[in-house]
Ligand binder design. Structure first.
Ligand SMILES: [Mn+2]
Length: 355
């Protein structure tokens, strides 16, 4: 039996905090369409179950268009079972309130609930926070291949509250595979002598805090023997890179280095270029021009200027000119360093042009 373990799809996410409105809508729609692409993958690869470990939806108030889209995908693939555990983003899921849920959608509830899948496999899940009784009440048949699904933050120790999943309290409970959601990056580790636990991560990155490959875990269980594989499935990757501009004196040099530094990045991707290091007073960074030169090469480019102005105050100590006087004034002020840099750059330009 093949099972896709995915989580944190956050369908319906507005994306407007990261991208301009046109690109945000495009990205929102392609994140939604990736759900259909996932079902297609499942069909092509003879996957029996798509297990969603929470946060399928971005909010409880997801639009009808989004929930209808998801339910129609499920209806179009009647041979695939969609097992849906709600997470903290969709704990009052707008999807579940639909009056006409497809027969191949299997939900989980506030108490433990199990689905028998064929002869050997049992999938058990529970929505919401876990208290100490919940851990005690989890009883699994040791002769079955037991998959347990939960949504929350892994934790090893005494603490148990809200979205915490206490791995210690789930050890030695006959779990073979603990399918988790909530953390947006892939991770797979040993749970105990018998089982493993895994976060699939999200299916698509939605910001620069979610850089790198995103996807799902493909489980193949034959005669109670498990093999797993992480399958990257994002349509675009968030990529963040640093460009040290120290020693680059002209816009042309900065541009050439930026192009070279980004040359290996796929044009579908969403790229952040951080300028760092130091620049000289005469260096023209022309950030808008740099943005224009790079933006057509990728889906979206964001340039963050973290570089700082290099001034050797010593060289102005004996300078009695207006520029020297001006620089000394600014350097001795209580302003933040980045503000000082901006004032000095602008001031020097004006003073030089006035000459
Ligand atoms: Mn979550």
């Amino acid at each position: 039996m093949k099972i896709i373990h995915c989580a944190d799809l956050h369908l319906g996410s507005k994306m407007t905090s990261k991208l301009n409105i046109t690109l945000a809508h495009k990205r929102r729609d392609e994140i939604l369409k990736n759900f259909d692409r996932l079902a297609q993958y499942a069909k092509l690869n003879k996957v029996n179950i798509i297990l969603i470990a929470g946060d399928l939806l971005d909010t409880d108030t997801t639009t009808l268009t989004t929930t209808d889209y998801i339910l129609n995908v499920m209806r179009e693939y009647p041979d695939i079972i969609f097992m849906y555990l709600c997470g903290n983003h969709d704990n009052n899921s707008a999807l579940k309130s639909n009056k006409n849920l497809p027969a191949n959608l299997k939900c989980f509830f506030a108490d433990w609930y199990s689905y028998e899948c064929g002869q050997d496999i049992v999938i058990t899940g529970k929505e919401g926070a876990l208290n100490s009784n919940d851990y005690k009440n989890l009883k699994l048949n040791p002769n079955k291949f037991n998959i347990v699904t939960l949504h929350g933050q892994e934790f090893v120790g005494q603490k148990q509250d809200g979205e915490i999943i206490n791995l210690k309290m789930l050890a030695n409970k006959n779990i073979d595979y603990l399918a988790l959601g909530h953390i947006h990056s892939y991770k797979q580790e040993k749970l105990d002598d018998r089982g493993i636990y895994a976060y699939s991560g999200c299916l698509e990155g939605r910001g620069f805090d979610e850089c790198g490959q995103k996807g799902f875990i493909l489980l193949d269980i034959q005669n109670k023997k498990l093999s797993t594989k992480f399958v990257p499935f994002m349509q675009r990757e968030f990529v963040e890179i640093n460009l040290d501009i120290t020693g680059l004196n002209t816009f042309h040099e900065i541009l050439q280095n930026a192009l070279q530094k980004t040359s290996d990045i796929n044009s579908n991707n969403i790229v952040r270029l951080n300028l760092c290091g130091t620049y000289n007073i005469d260096t023209d960074k022309s950030l808008t021009l740099l943005q224009h030169e790079l933006e057509n090469k990728f889906f979206y480019v964001d340039i963050k200027d973290k570089s700082s102005l290099f001034i050797d105050p010593q060289s102005y100590i004996n300078d009695v000119s207006l520029i020297g006087q001006f620089i000394k004034e600014v350097l001795n002020s209580n302003l933040e360093q980045s503000v000082k840099d901006d004032i000095i750059t602008t001031g020097i330009k004006i003073l030089k042009e006035a000459k």
